[in-house]
Design a binder for this molecule. Structure first.
Ligand code: G3P
Ligand code: CA
Length: 258
């Protein structure tokens, strides 16, 4: 484990219910109201997705395209931030959220209460090639500086995670995996990147994989769990928490405190 792990503010106790894209069940995902509501509901960590605009600004948005979660069209990366900020990212979800913008990463960072944590997921398609990597990572680290280390950076892009792990003082790293990826290969990557945590798909997760990862010192946070019974099964397997769209329901069941 890197020295960063021991010097950081301790991560909240398990079970940790991580607000997936904010309080996504009730608010438009990845928007400021979704994150504000997640903190109010008792979340101690929230997850978001980031991508870079054409002019290099970090925008909080899940899909590579704008069509599902805004009134824009086409690829996010093809537009400058100034244009992206004119889009409506709320009314697709409900009329009452009309006019809400796609947030900048630094705006979401500013909502994080003292003692709470953020998981920034860098979308795999957002990292075009290694030439741009250093500049992109620098902008990410700078936007998250106010968190003073209360940050996990995760990605399905494992080359990006390896780049991140080679920084002189890397953030905590979360290795995301798809259900078709082999547990042994993921374990190797966790070791290589000195990751903090493994974020698997809960649908194919097995107890032996959870126990193997935990025996190597990695926390395990599966995504995305919206059913209380499944949450209980996963906790019985030994996971440290999980991502959920329904943070209020699950955070109150699996008591969250600061
Ligand atoms: O980070 C966990 C989860 O968010 C990964 O999948 O598609 O919801 O970003 P996705
Ligand atoms: Ca995500």
């Amino acid at each position: 484990m890197s020295s960063f792990h021991s010097s950081a503010v301790p991560i909240p106790d398990s079970p940790l219910v991580i607000a997936h894209r904010g309080y996504r069940a009730v608010f438009p995902e990845n928007t400021l109201p979704a994150f504000q509501a997640a903190w109010q509901a008792g979340a101690r960590m929230a997850e978001l997705d980031v991508q870079w605009s054409r002019d290099g600004r970090l925008m909080v948005h899940h899909d590579t395209t704008l069509d599902r979660c805004s009134n824009g069209k086409g690829l996010l990366k093809d537009h400058d931030a100034e244009v992206l900020r004119t889009l409506d990212a709320g009314s697709w979800f409900s009329e009452k959220f009309t006019g809400i913008s796609i947030p900048f990463l630094r705006e979401v960072v500013a909502t994080v209460p003292e003692g709470c944590w953020l998981n920034v997921e860098v979308k795999p398609e957002a990292v075009p090639d290694s030439r741009h990597m250093a500049k992109m990572v620098a902008s990410l680290i700078s936007a998250c500086a106010p968190l003073k280390g209360r940050l996990i950076v995760s990605s399905f892009n494992h080359l990006f995670l390896q780049h991140l792990s080679r920084l002189p003082r890397p953030p905590l790293i979360g290795v995301l995996s798809q259900k078709w990826q082999k547990d042994e290969e993921i374990l190797e990557l966790c070791i290589k990147t000195e990751a903090f945590s493994w974020h698997p798909d809960h649908r194919t997760l097995e107890k032996k994989a959870v126990q193997r990862m935990k025996s190597e010192g990695f926390s395990v946070y599966p995504y995305t769990v919206n059913d209380k019974k499944r949450a209980e099964e996963l906790l019985a397997m030994g996971v440290d928490g999980f991502f959920s769209d329904h943070v209020r329901i699950l955070a109150s069941t699996f008591r969250q405190g600061k």
